[in-house]
Design a protein around this ligand. Structure first.
Ligand code: DGJ
Length: 369
């Protein structure tokens, strides 16, 4: 009899646990709220990006910990997968920090804004990230790269460096001489930083990677003490820089770049440069990846838009199988307790070629036509 009651209690417990899990299935995005994974833990993938592979979305981001050290890399890059974009399965740590003090990615370094792309030629997954060497604050300003045979990893760290050492920017034919950086006589502070860094490579901080329709990859990063963005071509295997790059929006301190393409036009959404504090988002449009990029102002509207609703861009996600469906992904940082950082995902609305983003407490994919 006792055995029967024990089994019954176990069964009832299982049924109630199952119904809790089922009742927690998400059917909408709720920007800024705690967002639990399949284990019931708030998703830990900050400054992240998403790629779609074989029917699933994979989200990679910075694994933060609680407390003041939480913004340094104590664990690595966390991966999640999802079929529907609302419900995410914990896939574990894709890139682990190293225990070896000689490694660039030793525990206590800074690993930010990881982005994973797939190289069709090498059949490898390539992860780029912003890397700061342990104990050096934000002075190193390196781009780091790791590769894996499987999407969830383990990713093997390859190298970190400052890109495009000794290389001058690319300028379209007909660019006036006074618009071309002259390292004999730098015209302003930002040109000065560019020339200072020419021998050793350009600083590479906030970043993204964009793959064009022809399979070419571009690394977009804040350079020149964050004053200028660089858009730099990657090699065919996506693991190094070719030396071709442009300087974009020189001197205006753009961080947090996110690039996407629609109707043959290139879009970029970024932020200003105010540490972990929010500032107004900014967007740009171009007919060609090499420019000319036109500055278009703040894409966010309504209450809270002056501070991007408290967030900072990290990625723009094209939704599979839907036309003109792009999600603006932003982080709401919580530097005192980084693990509590929140995710602000909002739909992008198009007005002709222009974009607009407005706040929504709750929304779902049906809002895309
Ligand atoms: C803003 C950047 O966007 C973040 O990725 C991070 O580097 C913080 N600055 C550090 O203050």
């Amino acid at each position: 009899m006792k055995k029967f009651f024990n089994t019954l209690t176990c069964l009832l417990l299982l049924i109630s646990l199952k119904s809790v899990a089922q009742s927690e299935k998400y059917t909408a995005f709720e920007p800024g709220k705690i967002w639990k994974d399949d284990k019931g833990v708030h998703i830990n993938a900050h400054g992240g990006g998403i790629i779609f592979h074989k029917g699933l979305y994979y989200w990679f981001g910075e694994h933060k910990i609680a407390g003041p050290r939480g913004n340094s890399a104590q664990v690595g890059v966390h991966a999640y997968s999802s079929k529907d974009l609302y419900n995410w399965k914990d896939e574990g740590i894709a890139l682990q920090v190293s225990e070896d003090p000689a490694s660039d990615i030793v525990k206590g370094s800074i690993i930010e804004r990881p982005k994973v792309v797939y190289n069709k030629k090498t059949k490898k997954f390539v992860m780029w990230f912003h890397l700061e060497l342990k104990g050096k604050g934000y002075a190193a300003a390196h781009a780091g790269v790791a590769t894996a045979d499987k999407i969830n990893g383990p990713y093997k760290f390859i190298k970190s460096y400052r890109p495009n050492a000794g290389k001058m920017p690319f300028y379209p034919a007909g660019t006036p001489a006074d618009k071309i950086v002259n390292c004999e006589k730098p015209a302003n502070t930002y040109d000065g930083y560019f020339c200072r860094d020419l021998p050793g490579g350009q600083m590479a901080r906030d970043m993204t990677v964009f793959i064009d329709d022809d399979g070419k990859a571009y690394h977009v990063f804040s350079a020149e003490e964050n004053y200028t963005l660089n858009i730099a071509e990657l090699s065919d295997d996506y693991t190094s820089h070719t030396g071709k790059f442009i300087r974009m929006y020189v001197g205006f301190q753009t961080e947090a770049p996110a690039v996407f393409k629609r109707n043959g036009k290139y879009y970029m959404i970024g932020s200003g440069c105010t540490g972990w504090d929010p500032n107004p988002a900014r967007w740009f449009i171009a007919d060609n990846i090499w420019g000319k990029w036109e500055y278009k102002g703040n894409p966010t509207i309504g209450e809270g838009s002056k501070l991007t609703y408290g967030g900072q861009s990290t990625h723009v996600l094209p939704v599979q199988g839907k036309k003109d469906a792009f999600i603006f992904m932003a982080d709401k940082w919580t530097p005192k307790n980084p693990i509590d950082g929140r995710y602000l995902w909002l739909p992008i609305t198009f007005k002709g070629d222009d974009i607009e983003i407005s706040w929504k407490d709750s929304w779902d994919l049906k809002s895309f036509k």
